[in-house]
Write a protein that binds this ligand. Structure first.
Ligand SMILES: [Zn+2]
Ligand SMILES: [Zn+2]
Length: 143
């Protein structure tokens, strides 16, 4: 095998690895997040050790659901929740697109994500919009 062959997760992921993975994930919450309950890094991303290497759990989830991640593409959490591994909340994007999205300055409803309108969720470390949180409290399921 040439030395340049990349180590790809899908080639050695076993049934046992897969069941071990889902065993450490919560049931879907109201927003459909499946949260990783095992080790998380300083940015809130879940990590799992498979075959002596640490892998990001959202990448593992994507590979289980969709197969290998093509070269040059990365996984974006469309739900902005680093610990979430829900396949429906993960999207394959280019590195450039991912960087562009990470710099977003407004929430999905158009509120500015700056100053006192931003708070950090303690459970997963994501930046959240206070105005939207207030709307959710007022409107319940409608928001
Ligand atoms: Zn999610
Ligand atoms: Zn908002």
């Amino acid at each position: 095998m040439p030395a340049t062959t990349p180590i790809t997760l899908s080639t050695f992921l076993s049934e046992r690895d897969i069941s071990r993975f889902w065993f450490r994930v919560t049931l879907p919450d109201a927003e459909g997040h499946l949260l990783w309950t095992g080790h998380r890094n300083e940015h809130g991303y879940g990590q799992i050790r498979i075959w002596h290497r640490a892998w990001y759990t959202h990448r593992v989830s994507f590979v289980i659901a969709n197969g290998e991640i093509p070269d040059g593409l990365v996984i974006d959490h469309t739900c902005r929740t680093p610990a979430c591994v829900a396949p429906l909340h993960l999207e394959l994007v280019t590195q450039a697109e991912n960087m562009r999205r990470a710099r977003r300055t407004h929430c999905k409803r158009g509120h500015a994500l700056e100053g006192s309108n931003v708070y950090i969720r303690p459970d997963n470390g994501t930046r959240q919009c206070r105005a939207c949180a207030a709307l959710r409290r007022q409107g319940g399921k409608a928001a």
